[in-house]
Design a protein around this ligand. Structure first.
Ligand SMILES: *Cc1c(COP(=O)(O)O)cnc(C)c1O
Length: 405
């Protein structure tokens, strides 16, 4: 049996009080806290092996290169990638999606009138890069509508798929509502019309087991900082034959085979897409975070987080005028508003009770517009949260509501 309280000593930041009250951290969809294993991996890198990678002949360069490439193997194993060459280190989800948008655009394979399909649930970072690509190429952005329960409309999705659909780019879990999209099923439908499929796994990575081969997709992007690793590191996984066929985007060191002033030849995967010195420490710490996650096991984490989110919805449901967003079977995040009260006021008062939640549009303005709201209060959960955090959330919300009424 898995006890979240036993994890608290692993997360030094959680062991603190804010104005005399113990910190209750429920903003995990924005970023997660880091366990000692990750902090030590970062520290080990700088204290013991800091060096630039790949071209060095000296001892530290060899150790740093080995640690960095081992981190790539850890990520590949975690994702069940066919080979570590399919793992491109990025600075995060946003960077990974922009990378795909740019290399598709540069490849010339997106033509005027082609269609890019995204959904109403998307984070701005899975909207704006496609709008930019559409502006450059003359392609059209199509949007899968969202139903009142916060799930995507499956019939409308199938109708939107045509032989002009070149790419489906879809979030696995909504960071705003906790909706879990049936991504494998949707990818299979998109494949039937010959579209490429990109999955935004920024939220999924901390909550779901990822098997890129079983998903039947072409690209998957996530950020380290949402899975207990540092900021500034992320992963773009891409199918080798597809990445191989696409041109590089950023030029510079590392991504080349040979440079002359007349012509430059490009490096093999994954280095072709990793121009410049990467975030070496971040990659090593990300591998430590995935080891930490797998040490506990997603099969233990999932029921724990599910029970927290269910109890939270149950505990809050007695508040008069509360409105939840998203389906009852959520992952990660629980979003709500209370009638007549602004989400920002609610969140501010909860902060005074040391309960950290997020308020606002959660980088999903079109989704908020779809529901006729400017934002929500969002409580989001991670492995170290416990039923007592849920209780603190409910008490703080009730108290804040009564103060504001
Ligand atoms: C956080 C998030 C992003 C953006 O991640 P960055 O780390 O800011 O690049 C994209 N999509 C979803 C679903 C997210 O939750």
């Amino acid at each position: 049996m898995f006890h979240p309280d036993s994890l608290i000593p692993d997360f030094p930041i959680l062991d603190q009080s804010i104005q005399g009250r113990p910190l209750i951290y429920l903003d995990n969809a924005a970023t997660t806290q880091k366990p000692m294993a990750v902090l030590l991996a970062s520290r080990y890198y700088y204290e013991a092996i800091n060096s630039n990678i790949h071209r060095g002949t000296h001892h530290l360069a060899r150790l740093a290169t080995e640690a960095f490439e081992n981190a790539r193997k850890t990520v590949a194993t975690h994702l069940n990638a066919a080979t570590p060459d399919e793992v491109v280190f990025t600075s995060g989800t946003t960077d990974g999606i922009n990378l795909v948008a740019n290399i598709l655009s540069l490849s010339g394979s997106i033509k005027p009138g082609d269609e890019i399909l995204i959904s109403t649930l998307e984070h701005h970072s899975n909207i704006v890069p496609w709008q930019m690509l559409c502006e450059r190429t003359g392609a059209l952005l199509k949007i899968i509508p969202c139903q009142d329960d916060g799930t995507l409309d499956p019939a409308a999705f199938l109708e939107l798929l045509t032989d002009r659909t070149k790419l489906l780019s879809l979030t696995w879990i909504s960071n705003s509502f906790g909706t879990v999209n049936p991504v494998a099923e949707m990818a299979a439908a998109a494949k039937k019309v010959g579209a490429l499929v990109l999955i935004d796994a920024a939220q999924a990575v901390a909550h779901l087991r990822i098997d890129v081969q079983a998903l039947g997709i072409d690209f998957l992007a996530f950020s380290g900082h949402k899975v207990y690793a540092p900021t500034g590191i992320g992963v773009l996984w891409g199918r080798a034959e597809i990445l191989d066929a696409l041109p590089p985007w950023r030029g510079g060191g590392e991504m080349i085979k040979e440079v002359t002033f007349r012509k430059t030849t490009y490096n093999d995967l994954p280095f072709k897409f990793e121009a410049g010195t990467p975030n070496i420490e971040g990659a090593i710490a990300l591998a430590a975070a995935l080891d930490f996650l797998n040490g506990i096991g997603l099969s233990a984490i999932q029921p724990h987080e599910k029970s927290l989110i269910r109890s939270a919805a149950e505990a809050l449901s007695s508040i008069p005028g509360i409105r939840f967003f998203g389906p009852t079977d959520r992952a990660g995040a629980l979003s709500f508003n209370v009638e007549g009260i602004h989400h920002y006021d609610l969140g501010t008062l909860m902060d005074q009770m040391a309960v950290a939640v997020r308020t606002g549009h959660h980088c999903c303005q079109p989704l908020m517009a779809r529901f006729g709201i400017t934002g929500t209060v969002r409580a989001s959960f991670a492995i170290y949260n416990s039923q007592s955090d849920v209780q603190a959330l409910a008490e703080a919300t009730e108290k804040a509501v009564s103060m504001l009424r």
